[in-house]
Design a protein around this ligand. Structure first.
Ligand code: NAD
Ligand code: DAU
Length: 361
């Protein structure tokens, strides 16, 4: 058995990854440590708890709690670490950066320190089998103009408290590889979307609001560009990196499906109109409102993914239109999942961020 410690496995990408790896690899056992912040949800893995009871173990805990991490390493012989746990929402990092510094920087630091103490870093044969996979983001490279792509060699230029905290954690991870030979690999992925994404992020927020007939808030001129990667494609890429990636290397993971925000929101509206019929005789596009821009809003992200395409043979499989339709379908088929999340704390956040209520009034 390959014992894999997943951090943040109850979040969006983490829960999709836990499900994916357990289905795809029978010789993998997953230990999931998650603090269950507002973004973590046990409901994301109820099927996994049932279907993989013998190969899945959940621990509620904080990655910034070093003693707990030591206990976990004592109890389990950890082979691979897949480190997702983070505060992940840019708008929240602008409203309050402290949690981002605590989890993304200190949390990663404690995880690295625990590995340094518990893994036999001077035993080359043993360490060759270990992996510390740090899940980072394209945002650490900063913002692009209309043309160009970030490669793994692009300089760091983070612009939000979120991306600055992720960049700091990347530097720590790289330093532990360079200094202590910790078996680390870093991946930089573009915007993910798909089932189980918390409705504060663009795509599920628009689906949820469009369903309820609430305004669709598009920041600035709506022309910011993101490259949209279906979460299952990302999970496949991460498994390829775990199995075939090289220690000390970085891999960009993107879909090459760039869209302006407005284009994306309009596509969601059109598909929902087609699927559900017009709302009171009107298209959901009429709900779109341009609102104040995000401070420091990065204009465009785009990744050159030649390295992972060529060296690991990974390519995204899901087309943009297909992925969006699947995602809309999933949210419409799982109204209970959304309703359980859109609770009092989320309402408070929504009010603070958008100055409007989520109940449509
Ligand atoms: P998410 O916000 O949905 O989930 C984060 C998870 O981490 C939650 O389950 C939360 O409870 C847990 N967590 C937070 N603080 C913790 C702590 N101190 N200890 C233990 N667990 C804690 O995030 P996501 O969108 O799934 O992103 C996962 C990772 O991927 C993050 O590191 C993020 O920076 C990175 N990433 C995300 C995207 C994207 O588009 N969502 C793209 C590139 C990279
Ligand atoms: O690029 C990878 C990053 O993608 C990840 O590292 C982050 O964890 C993840 O949250 C995501 O960051 P973004 O800021 O790109 O995603 P978000 O869904 O918040 O916003 C996508 C775009 O949509 C961005 O240009 C801002 C815009 N937007 C977002 C929201 C929530 C709106 O116009 N209106 C909104 O209400």
């Amino acid at each position: 058995m390959i014992v894999t410690l997943v951090t943040g496995g109850c979040g969006f990408i983490g829960s999709n990854f836990v499900r994916h790896i357990l289905k795809a690899r029978k010789r993998v056992k997953v230990i999931n440590i998650d603090l269950l912040t507002y973004a973590g949800n046990l409901a994301n893995l109820v099927d996994v708890e049932k279907d993989f009871a013998d190969r899945y173990h959940f621990i509620r805990g904080d990655i910034a709690d070093k003693r707990l991490l030591e206990e976990v390493f004592e109890q389990f012989n950890i082979d691979w670490i897949v480190h997702f746990a983070a505060e992940s929402h840019v708008d929240r990092s602008i409203l309050g950066p402290e949690a981002f510094v605590r989890t993304n920087i200190y949390g990663t630091f404690h995880l690295l320190e625990t590995c340094r103490e518990c893994w036999p870093l001077d035993d080359e044969e043993e360490i060759a089998k270990k992996r510390f996979l740090h899940i980072s983001t394209d945002e650490v490279y900063g913002s692009l103009g209309r043309s160009g792509y970030f490669t793994e060699r692009s300089p760091y230029a983070p612009s939000s408290p979120y991306s600055a905290s992720k960049a700091s954690s990347d530097h720590l991870v790289h330093a532990y590889f360079h200094t202590y030979r910790l078996p680390a690999i870093i991946t930089h992925s573009s915007n993910n979307y798909g089932p189980y994404q918390f409705p504060e992020k663009l795509i599920p927020l628009m689906i949820n609001n469009a369903k309820k007939g609430i305004e669709l808030p598009v920041y600035g001129d709506g022309k910011n560009v993101r490259d949209w990667l279906y979460v299952e494609d990302h999970c496949k890429a991460l498994l390829a990196v775990l199995e075939k990636g090289v220690h000390g290397e970085k891999y960009n993971i993107g879909a090459n499906r760039e869209k302006q925000n407005m284009e994306l929101v309009e596509f969601i509206c059109e598909y929902m109109d087609e699927k559900l019929g017009l709302r009171h005789g009107r298209s959901r596009r009429e709900l779109i409102r341009f609102v104040a821009d995000r401070p420091g809003h990065d204009r465009r992200y785009a990744l050159d993914t030649t390295k992972i395409n060529r060296s690991l043979g990974w390519k995204p499989e899901v087309l943009f239109e297909q992925g969006i339709r699947q995602t809309v379908d999933w949210y419409l088929e799982n109204p209970g999942w959304v309703e359980n999340i859109v609770n009092g704390t989320y309402m408070e956040y929504y009010q603070k961020q958008y100055g409007a209520r989520l109940n449509g009034r």
